[in-house]
Ligand binder design. Structure first.
Ligand SMILES: Nc1ncnc2c1ncn2[C@@H]1O[C@H](COP(=O)(O)OP(=O)(O)O)[C@@H](O)[C@H]1O
Ligand SMILES: [Mg+2]
Length: 295
């Protein structure tokens, strides 16, 4: 199901909204149910609009990509959906719960790997996971088993006792994903899961993300500025530019509609700029200003 922003708004306005519970998508003759959706989701910082009335739905058990250059508004969108940042306008639902009115319920249903490092280098992999097991309220008798299961699932069983500051970038990312799935959340948010990784480590992370979807039916929203990553992993993507969704749909459909061979070219087609240049100079300048402020 490929809805543009406008299609989606009229779809909802027509009263065809999804049922609150997450379930299999696109059953014949029924409105699809979304594990996650946004309607007019907006975030302003002062007079700057970082996320501008975006609307999309993610069918249960699929991988959805928010794709765009630095400054497009991807992380801000994830922060609103994970209830870390209140929207200025609009709303979203995650696993049937409203992000504004039911933030506690939303948090119980999600895992989140932020863009920034979230593992402690001075602890072993096991110790990092033990902290999360306690935070998530996993009972003492189950902790060890659950931790060893997720380590094995992410290909880190042999490194359980190793200090994380000895890990490669790819291993750290896989550990962070392990942390986020310890409580078996139905919806997972991965912000730039492979940024800074070499091609082999990137592919390894991709394989684990796909296994999460295929073996657990996890619904995954990831952000990336790598077009080939979105093409490889995502059933549907939304291309974001300057806070807006310029198009949404299956990668093949987006490429076909733009009459181009790659998502890179589709981005250029829809925005008039190249994602490799970081969108536009204005975006780049703003990202650097923020980076300087944050030290
Ligand atoms: N706390 C904030 N205060 C002011 N501007 C912000 C803040 N957070 C993000 N922005 C701005 O919002 C825009 C989108 O940022 P972000 O969502 O991090 O983009 P992306 O993740 O796509 O790189 C950027 O221009 C960024 O500078
Ligand atoms: Mg970001």
């Amino acid at each position: 199901m490929n809805l543009t922003t406008n299609d989606r708004a009229s779809y909802l306005a027509a009263g065809a909204g999804p049922s609150p519970a997450a379930g299999p998508a696109g059953a014949p003759g029924r409105a699809p149910s979304f594990a996650l959706e946004t309607v007019g989701l907006t975030r302003r910082f002062g007079d700057f609009t970082a996320v501008d009335a975006i609307s999309f739905g993610v069918p249960s058990g699929t991988i959805f990509g928010l794709l765009g250059p630095n400054g497009a508004g991807k992380s801000t969108t994830i922060k609103m959906l994970t209830t870390l940042l209140p929207p200025t306008a609009g709303t979203g639902r995650v696993a049937g719960f409203d992000i504004v009115r039911q933030p506690v319920e939303v948090r119980r249903m999600i895992g989140y790997v932020p863009q920034m490092l979230s593992a402690d280098g001075n602890l072993s992999a096991y110790e990092n996971l033990l902290i999360f097991a306690k935070v998530y309220g996993i009972r003492v008798p189950q902790r060890r088993k659950r931790i060893m299961e997720v380590l094995a699932f992410m290909g880190l069983a042999d490194s359980a006792g190793t200090l994380v500051n000895k890990f490669s970038g790819g291993m750290i990312r896989r550990l962070e994903i392990a942390q986020s799935m310890l409580h078996r959340p139905p919806v997972l948010f991965l912000d730039e899961p492979t940024v800074g990784l070499d091609p082999v480590a990137r592919r390894n992370v991709w394989e684990h993300i796909l296994r999460l979807r295929d073996e657990f039916g996890t619904t995954i929203l990831l952000t990336t500025h790598y077009m080939e990553e979105a093409d490889e992993l995502c059933q549907e993507v939304a291309i974001m530019h300057q806070g807006k969704i310029v198009t949404v749909g299956a990668p093949a459909a987006i490429k076909a509609a733009a009459g181009v061979a790659t998502l890179d070219d589709a981005f250029a087609h829809y925005t008039g700029s190249s994602i490799k240049d970081g969108g536009t100079f204005r975006d780049a300048a703003r990202v650097r200003r923020v980076a300087r402020r944050m030290g």
